[in-house]
Design a protein around this ligand. Structure first.
Ligand SMILES: [Mn+2]
Length: 322
């Protein structure tokens, strides 16, 4: 099992910290200059990769590359935007970064109704109550039907998956978070485990698979070990977000990894049973006392606590079996 981490920034000091707590893999976002999604240049990627490698770590996942809504909604301009995306995919593959996480949340990304929900010891977590969003005004996109999103996703995959396969990049789709449809008139399609099968089957390829964000699947009410086995046995689970929550899609709160509804030991056993080779990173941790809550879900101490717990679970599973 390879533990990955998102660092606040890629510095020598953070890279060292990552190794000290037992991480092997680095997961980063690629942000672009303001005003448009960029094509990431091969050499910029290579220099960054070498920096991570020389610190003794592997840059295994890009999560995510900016993707404009015209691609997700199938609007004018998408062909040019897909061309730019494809150019980045080629450069990412050439630079030796094997996995790209992406999502199909249009207009409204990752969404919460609170960043200050109290969990154990009054640590601050994010939470979502759909009842509070029922009267949310429509966005600029108006009403968006789910079929429009499915059709745009199929168009995207037909264009990009063959390129990704040739470039040696695996595309791993992340669930909608929260997995509720619609929100503010915008449909959401990755809200049920069967939707991931549909994505895998749209353009079948060893380069098209999923990011198993465990918390989202738990919110969907999925049986976590069974779902890990379902996609793991197809070799389509490329990347995992180890995450625990309390509640369900329409009313949930993030939790400490050892304090939510999911049996995390049983989940870890399932990753071992499928021989999961991909990187796994902790996702959405509470902000602990003494640390600012300026990046809700991504406090550093919370992540470190989660990684220690993951390593403990791994040792327990390795010693007691799966
Ligand atoms: Mn996630």
């Amino acid at each position: 099992m390879r533990i990955g981490v998102v660092l606040p920034e890629i510095t020598e000091s953070y890279l060292k910290l990552a190794r000290q707590i037992g991480c092997t893999d680095i997961v980063t976002t690629l942000r672009g200059p303001a005003g448009g999604e960029p094509v990431w240049g091969f050499r910029d990627l290579l220099i960054q990769r070498q920096r991570i490698e020389e610190a003794g770590l592997t840059w295994s996942v890009i999560e995510s590359l900016p993707m404009p809504d015209c691609i997700k909604l199938g609007l004018d301009g998408r062909d040019e935007a897909i061309e730019r995306y494809i150019a980045s995919v080629r450069n990412i593959g050439a630079a030796g970064i094997p996995i790209m996480c992406y999502n199909w949340m249009a207009v409204l990304p990752w969404l919460r109704t609170s960043y200050t929900t109290r969990v154990r010891g009054d640590a601050l977590a994010t939470s979502y109550k759909h009842a509070l969003m029922e009267r949310a005004p429509l966005t600029w996109a108006g009403q968006v039907q789910e079929e429009q999103l499915w059709s745009a996703l199929a168009y995207f995959l037909q264009a990009v998956v063959p390129v990704a396969q040739e470039a040696g990049v695996r595309l791993a789709i992340h669930p909608d978070d929260p997995p509720v449809s619609p929100i503010a008139g915008i449909g959401r399609i990755l809200t049920h485990p069967d939707a991931f099968q549909r994505v895998i089957d749209l353009v079948p390829s060893p380069s098209s698979g999923i990011t198993f964000c465990q918390g989202c699947f738990a919110e969907m009410g999925a049986d976590i070990p069974a779902t890990i086995e379902r996609f793991g046995r197809q070799d389509r689970m490329f990347f995992a977000h180890f995450r625990n929550v309390r509640g369900t899609a329409r009313d949930f709160s993030e939790a400490f990894h050892d304090d939510g509804d999911t049996d995390m030991f049983a989940a870890m056993q399932a990753y071992y049973r499928i021989g999961f080779q991909g990187p796994m990173r902790p996702d959405h941790v509470p902000a602990l006392e003494g640390e600012p809550n300026d990046r809700p879900g991504y406090s550093l101490w919370g992540r470190f606590y989660a990684i220690g717990y993951m390593r403990g679970l791994m040792e327990a599973v390795e010693k007691t079996g799966y």
